[in-house]
Design a protein around this ligand. Sequence first.
Ligand code: ATP
Length: 369
Amino acid sequence: MAQVEFKNVVKEYHDEKRGTFTAVSNSNFVIQDKEFVVFVGPSGCGKTTSLRMIAGLETQSSGDIVIGDRIVNNLHPKDRDIAMVFQDYALYPHMTIKENLSFGLRNLKRPKDEIEKKVMEASNILGLTEMLDRKPKELSGGQRQRVAVGRAIVRDPQVFLFDEPLSNLDAKLRIQMRVELSELHKRLGATIVYVTHDQVEAMTLGERIIVMNKGRVQQIASPSVLYNQPQNMFVAGFIGSPAMNFMDATVEGGKVHLEGASFALTEAMVKALKAYEGKKVTLGVRPEHIYDEVFAEKMSVAKINAMNATVQVIEHLGAETLLYFRVGARMVTARVNPETDVRIGQNMTFIFDQNKMHFFDPETEERII
Ligand code: ATP
């Protein structure tokens, strides 16, 4: 069993400038055996600190960390049965790839034939057999990254920890390595904890994702739950690209009123928003759920929630086009078909998908429905 658990884990740093600074506050989660879990959040949110605490490279200020069936609070990193892959790969430049791969096992004084077997297995899995005699500098970024992963594999750990392992690779290679890591996870059947600030990477790799902001866990859920039922405005705005639009609105008489339009609510929305009658709410709609008229017709979306607006900016991205228009003080984005014929300054009708509207409490920023 290689479950990883945080129980009320807090990490405080003390420095002269900030005094006592809470990098991770009261973190609780259980990562299941064999699960691929991704920590995601903006820079400084505490994800690397969380990972380093699992590894034992940082000590928590309070709380318990459990790996498998052991509380590892006071356990040295080398005794935690984990392997970590770092952003900069941390390969030894003077050693060959084979020596790099076998280094950890040699240090543990494991028998020669066992080391040979494990190195060959890992090289096979990762396609490194042809380059075992080369030095790291003779490898491409992607190949070096594979060696770093290989070094973790040969140790056969209970848990793999990855700290932004793809951030030094170019965009194309990152996508390729993403696929490789997913396949590797299936093949190894290991528990993987992975840190990234890139929400697309998190969504494609994670079976579950831990979204963090300002040292706090915001939501722990599968990619589809994060996308469809975000806990609050932070998660709603962080997950999905382009980001969800937020608009100031008021609920009244079974409708939501915003500058320039009034939208009908579904029955479930009316029910959930009962306590907000006559009050302000924040309406959230993703760019991909605002359609032009032609698309709405094609998709048989009821045109009940329509708004006329002037197109302010157009971004052609090839497979899609982004249109920007104003709702009150906010700039709103619609992601439309690239064939849509449109000019800047044109007045257009935008259809908001009624079933894809989200409502947030403007004070707490929690999602109401
Ligand atoms: P990034 O994506 O930029 O690496 P992160 O989410 O991984 O960000 P952490 O590295 O976990 O963030 O840092 C969380 C907070 O703790 C930051 O504000 C950081 O400045 C602070 N911090 C991290 N390490 C230390 C340290 N050794 N001493 C003081 N403060 C620290």
